[in-house]
Design a protein around this ligand. Structure first.
Ligand code: ADP
Length: 529
């Protein structure tokens, strides 16, 4: 028996610092319960007085374990508490003294039989001391569990309740059947006692599992290994011949070694898994933080660009008043300078608008006001508004033609946004075509049942490697910089978003640099609901 205890103790020490303390402590609590059940079973099934007396003495070892480890558990659970070192030392010494006297007759004085051959005991002084020990430890543990109860979170509170309920039920019935009634010479319920401890274990496991502090896999593995060890050890004890005994002892040693290896590997695996889970959680945290930062950035840009718009509008307005002579006569030199101011302000307004649109898209706050409009009229309007730019590109021949579609060009669209897209496309073609032609055509594709806006220029073209990224944010081809340094690379990104919101498609084609480009927008005709 002493050997078995040393093995358990060694296992305990060995597994220290390896797995969460709660796990280990709980495991030993369960071992105590198992030992109790085993001892009771042996007492019950044995017939020889000597053996009954032996197992009756062993019976109190389990409860000592249970009391001691429950006390340990109460320090760690539901929340780790500062440990009273001195109290702990006293308790450990008392526990050792109790264990040391277990084999003596101070524990069980004698065994006798009740009618029907039910064994009964005459408890000794140690038995009484043990009862006091058990009760005192339970009170201390109980106090520990509820220490700081007010500061517990709801889960911890529930754990504390769950443990105390399980404890209450099992201590009440268990001690009644096993400790108090035997003292009053009623040992017939002794056999049921150990089963009450199961209630307590179930409640406590439930409490611990809820906090996720404890790993069922480790506990089950450890438990199985310990049970195998105990059985192997018992075989050694009960073997009759020396040969059997040495064979079983050898088997026992092998089982101990392999058991330790198995437990170690399971713990290692679980530690690694936990590490990975922690890393994943960290990653998720970082990710949500970045998403939040990104949102804040978009909001800031949106705010800043909004603030920029008002002064720019004022600058444009006054510049145009001066240019038109509303502020009195100006010299041609001044006119030239103010003309440049007007142009630059215009460019800046467009850039600000691009950024504003991009942030709206990113924040999901882009609003559309859909109405039924005529696509052809819209394109003609845009061309009219771009007249100054078309006239300025003297080396570019501008053409516009609309096929007679056999129907009007009615579509459902946000007029201003669609205008912005068409204007941007035509403007791009003018910008990126130093000389040659820019042709705009409108037609109806009967097979696809779509209106087709096609813009063909003979300009700088687009390299095949740029084409797939053309509609991404900030894409600017290398050749674009040479022709027009003012671009932002946002216009096509915004255009694509707007066209997609119109359930349409937009795409670009080009045979390569210097070979011109074609932009095609397809939109559904207006459909009566
Ligand atoms: P920006 O013109 O302000 O740079 P856009 O998003 O409107 O931004 O255009 C993105 C890029 O697409 C341009 O920088 C240019 O490289 C290319 N691109 C657009 N239109 C044309 C075109 N008609 N011909 C050649 N390249 C074009």
């Amino acid at each position: 028996m002493t050997l078995a205890l040393s093995v358990l103790l060694a296992g305990y020490v060995y597994l220290s610092n390896r797995r969460s303390d709660v796990n280990r402590t709980f495991l030993f609590l369960i071992c105590g319960a198992l030992l109790w059940i085993l001892a009771n079973f042996m007492t019950d099934t044995s017939t020889e007085v000597f053996i009954i007396k032996f197992w009756s003495k062993v019976t109190i070892v389990g409860p000592i374990f249970i009391a001691y480890f429950f006390y340990r558990l109460s320090i760690l659970f539901p929340r780790r508490k500062v440990e009273a070192k001195r109290l702990n030392i006293v308790i450990v010494i008392v526990t050792c003294i109790l264990l040391a006297f277990v084999p003596t007759d101070l524990n069980i004085v004698s065994v006798y039989f009740l009618p029907d051959n039910i064994p009964a005991i005459n408890p000794g002084a140690l038995y009484i001391a043990f009862l006091i020990y058990f009760a005192v430890l339970l009170v201390i543990a109980f106090r520990n569990i509820f220490d700081g109860y007010k500061g517990y979170n709801p889960v911890e509170k529930q754990q504390a309740k769950s443990i105390s309920l399980g404890l209450g039920i099992s201590v009440l019935f268990g001690s009644l059947a096993n400790l108090i009634l035997p003292l009053l010479n009623h040992s017939e319920f002794v056999n049921y006692g150990p089963y009450f401890i199961l209630i307590f274990i179930v409640f406590t496991s439930y409490a611990i599992i809820r906090l996720g502090m404890f790993n069922v896999k480790v506990i089950v593995t450890q438990l199985l290994v310990f049970v195998i060890w105990i059985f192997a050890f018992l075989r050694v004890l009960f073997d009759e011949s020396l040969l059997d005994r040495s064979l079983d002892a050898g088997l026992f040693v092998v089982l101990v070694i392999f058991g330790v290896l198995i437990i170690r590997s399971v713990i290692k695996e679980i530690n690694q898994r936990e590490k990975i889970e922690l890393l994943a959680a960290d990653l998720q945290k970082a990710n949500s933080r970045l998403t939040e930062l990104d949102r804040q950035k978009s909001e800031f840009v949106s705010f800043a660009t909004h603030q920029l718009r008002a002064p720019l509008t004022a600058m444009k307005g006054y510049a145009s008043l001066i240019l038109e002579g509303d502020m009195g006569k100006i010299t041609s030199q001044t006119k030239d300078a103010v003309g440049r101011i007007f142009e630059s302000t215009n460019t800046l307004t467009n850039i600000v608008d691009d950024y504003l649109n991009v942030t709206r898209i990113e924040l999901g706050t882009m609003k559309y006001a859909f109405e039924t409009i005529d696509f052809k009229t819209l394109v003609e309007d845009v061309i009219g508004e771009l007249k100054p730019n078309i006239d300025k590109a003297t080396k570019v021949k501008f053409l516009f033609g609309a096929e007679n579609a056999g129907t009007d060009y009615r579509i459902t669209a946000d007029r201003d946004k669609l205008k912005q897209v068409i204007a941007n496309l035509i403007d791009n073609s003018l910008k990126y075509t130093p000389s040659g032609s820019v042709g705009v055509s409108l037609s109806f594709n009967r097979a696809k049942h779509k209106f087709v806006f096609m813009l063909k220029d003979t300009g700088i073209g687009i390299a095949p490697e740029t084409l797939p990224h053309l509609f991404n944010k900030f894409t600017r081809a290398g050749n674009a910089n040479k022709t027009n340094i003012k671009g932002t690379g946002l216009g096509l990104f915004v255009a694509k978003e707007i066209i997609v919101a119109h359930h349409g498609t937009i795409r670009a084609e080009s045979d390569g640099e210097g070979k011109g480009s074609t932009f095609i927008v397809e939109l559904e005709p207006f459909a009566k609901a």
